[in-house]
Ligand binder design. Structure first.
Ligand code: FAD
Length: 382
């Protein structure tokens, strides 16, 4: 029997489990958190995300797209809000192309259930990877409920344990000629939940990604199914007039939103009550290479964590599944050959994603409000 182990039942690990079962593997997934479907805990990071073509393709290959479509809200373009509350709409494509606002928790739950429903994948929760032997394919986990250490030997290991990957940290980073860099950007983010109207309808156009571009910083909003919006303020942690260290008291929060995002403030005058409901979080780019060692490989954020401005982190992680799946067929599951080619060919894509993600922060927070940029886009679209 073919045995595979995945560390991390997040978005990428859960989806990849479905793929492996299709190839006849028995899959064990070890997840550090509790089961998000049962426990009242967040699925981490942002509450919703934009799902786009790369992601859909990976979901479709294993028949997981249909369930996800039920919870995905199409956003056909960006809706910009200027200081006077004027709106400008920029479509994402010529033919009603869209990206889709999707709840992170619901999407993760759908993928975990899809993996379990194959009957060939099991998820062990509260198991945190703390050590890995890359030569013998042995992993050590801390059972967070009992405090016991659990040892597990397997045929092949997939590190899908996110930006702060233990598979990378206690495994690959200790190997010769492994390169790694971690760069936090100067900006952080804070989420704000804009509630639905009393009748459950959305307070803004539901089928757009809303942006309040303000040059050095921005606020964005993505729709949720219940009529609310998950809004995210991206801004420098400190320094300058508009920075998180200047917005602390209720009075400061009120004054900042009133003067900087007046139309948003009109929709949410209770912003000061909501301000502390979500923590101020940091953003980093993590580069590594190679993404494999013998029969262990990194996927998703564990390999190429990026800042969220291009909305492609998860989509790229899902595309890792597409690429590995194709290489599995090509190399007849000779994992070392699969991983060799995956690392070499996929790394430039990871780098490009990270570069584009940084660039798109400039586009979203600044260029979208620039008439010359809009004019160029119009000309390009013709
Ligand atoms: P994760 O989702 O981080 O999952 C990792 C899993 O591993 C978690 O379940 C974790 O508990 C588990 N784990 C961690 N350590 C261990 C351990 N030691 N042992 C066992 N388990 C462990 N991407 C998009 O495509 N579109 C977007 O719109 C978008 N918006 C974003 C907005 C924000 C604010 C942020 C921060 C990110 C956004 N992203 C977006 C990026 C996206 O969140 C990530 O790329 C995606 O979550 C990566 O999935 P993953 O499965 O690789 O990692």
């Amino acid at each position: 029997m073919k045995e595979a182990t995945i560390v991390g039942a997040g978005l990428v690990g859960s989806l990849w489990a479905v793929y492996l079962t299709k190839a006849g593997y028995n899959v064990t997934i070890f997840e550090a958190r509790d089961d998000i479907r049962k426990a009242d805990i967040s699925a981490g990071k942002s509450i919703n995300l934009a799902l786009s073509n790369r992601g859909w393709k990976a979901l479709e290959t294993v028949g997981a797209a249909e369930e996800v479509r039920k919870i995905a809200i199409p956003m056909y373009g960006r809706m910009m809000h200027d200081l006077e509350g004027n709106l400008t709409f920029q479509p994402y494509g010529k033919e009603n192309e869209a990206i889709y606002s999707t709840s992170r928790g619901d999407l993760n739950a759908i993928l975990m259930t899809a993996a379990e429903n194959t009957g060939k994948a099991k998820i062990l929760y509260n198991h945190q990877c703390i050590d890995i032997n890359l030569q013998t394919n042995e992993l050590t986990f801390l059972n967070k409920k009992t405090g016991e250490q659990v040892h597990h030997k397997t045929d092949v290991i997939f590190g899908c344990d996110g930006a702060f990957s233990a598979v990378r940290y206690v495994g690959l980073q200790r190997t010769d000629r492994f390169n790694f860099s971690q760069n936090f950007i100067a900006d952080g983010y804070r989420e704000i939940l804009l509630p639905a109207n009393e009748d459950g309808t959305h307070k803004l156009d539901k089928n757009a990604l809303h942006i309040w571009p303000r040059g050095r910083f921005m606020l964005i909003a993505l729709p949720n199914e219940d009529g609310s919006y998950t809004c995210t303020l991206f801004m420098p942690h400190e320094g300058g007039e508009n920075a998180f260290d200047k917005v602390n008291t209720r009075e400061e929060v009120d004054a900042f939103f009133k003067s900087t995002f007046p139309d948003f403030y009109a929709l949410m005058p209770q912003i000061a009550d909501e301000w502390d409901n979500h923590p101020l979080s940091s953003l980093a780019i993590m580069r590594s290479y190679p993404w494999h060692h013998h029969k262990t490989v990194l996927m998703g954020d564990a390999a190429h964590a990026t800042v969220p401005f291009y909305g492609q982190g998860m989509n790229a992680g899902f595309e890792d599944c597409t690429v590995l799946w194709e290489l599995m067929q090509k190399h007849n599951e000779n994992w070392e050959a699969v991983f060799e080619e995956y690392s070499a060919t996929r790394k430039p894509d990871g780098d490009a994603l990270q570069d584009l993600s940084l660039y798109n922060y400039l586009v979203m927070r600044d260029y979208v409000a620039d008439p010359m940029f809009l004019l160029r886009k119009k000309i390009e679209a013709k």
